[in-house]
Design a protein around this ligand. Structure first.
Ligand code: FE2
Ligand code: FE2
Length: 264
């Protein structure tokens, strides 16, 4: 995956020009590029153009996107009993919203089971909260509100992204060569998660995420979240008290998303 010359110029302009960029911390630059790629991704072999990612390799990625004011500049007022759709409209970052909506739109257009559409819709929303091991966080975030197969699929998609599956047409992402290096071997826990998923009867729940995921990087405007209202209604157990206030094992994660500025 490469950043086109046009998008590169747009990114430089967005960051305030060459002089302003020189003064920016490397982690800000790395995040800015990642979002630009997620927004306007194009496939290609130009690893040299993503050197900016390597600059950010030492970046600690514990914090998700809602903690970064360059990505989520404004924390819109949320309703007292927020729903999943409220989070899509008012809290999640634009890059994750666009990525998930495009991924789900492909699953829908492809005629996949509705459960796969729902899975695609929420497969990466945990990136708003946490980057490292986002699939495990993502599974825990949605588990109280979805079919067990959806949470299971989300938990394992991160590992499956590192392993091609010619039978389904899934290929190792070019971008990973740039980000992790050509000789990269996934860590043992990732390999273990992959083997576990590969032999599991729910394997396709996770594999379909990796297939639909590639469509989440296509250029163009995403559909609106409202296009998925009925599917969410049938596949998401919205708590009456609102996300964050239902006492579920994930409630604290939704509260953190609601107010990432809370001191304690
Ligand atoms: Fe993911
Ligand atoms: Fe994704």
């Amino acid at each position: 995956m490469k950043l086109s010359l046009l998008n590169r110029r747009a990114l430089i302009a967005k960051l305030g020009g060459g002089t302003a960029i020189a003064a920016l911390p490397s982690e800000v630059l790395a995040d800015a590029l990642e979002h630009q790629l997620m927004d306007e991704a194009q496939y290609g072999p130009a690893c040299a153009e993503v050197d900016i990612i390597k600059v950010g390799r030492d970046l600690r990625r514990g914090a998700g996107q809602v903690f970064d004011k360059t990505i989520v500049p404004q924390l819109y007022r949320m309703p007292q009993r927020p729903t999943l759709i409220d989070f899509f409209k008012l809290r999640f970052s634009n890059p994750t919203v666009a990525h998930c909506l495009k991924s789900a739109a492909h699953a829908l257009a492809d005629g996949q089971p509705e459960r796969y559409v729902m899975t695609a819709l929420v497969h990466d929303v945990a990136l708003n909260l946490m980057k490292s091991d986002h699939a495990w966080w993502g599974a825990d975030l949605v588990a109280p509100y979805v079919d067990d197969r959806i949470a299971w699929g989300i938990r394992h998609h991160q590992a499956l992204r590192f392993y091609s599956d010619p039978e389904t047409g899934y290929e190792y992402p070019e971008l990973y060569h740039c980000v992790f290096g050509k000789e990269y071997e996934p860590e043992p826990y990732i390999a273990d998660a992959y083997r576990h998923a590969r032999d599991h009867e729910w394997y396709m729940e996770a594999r379909m995420i990796t297939l639909n995921d590639t469509y989440g990087f296509q250029p163009g405007a995403p559909p609106q979240i409202d296009a998925f209202t009925d599917i969410i209604g049938r596949n998401w157990r919205q708590p009456e008290e609102g996300l964050g206030f239902d006492g579920s094992p994930a409630a604290h994660m939704w509260r953190t998303l609601l107010n990432p500025e809370r001191p304690l």
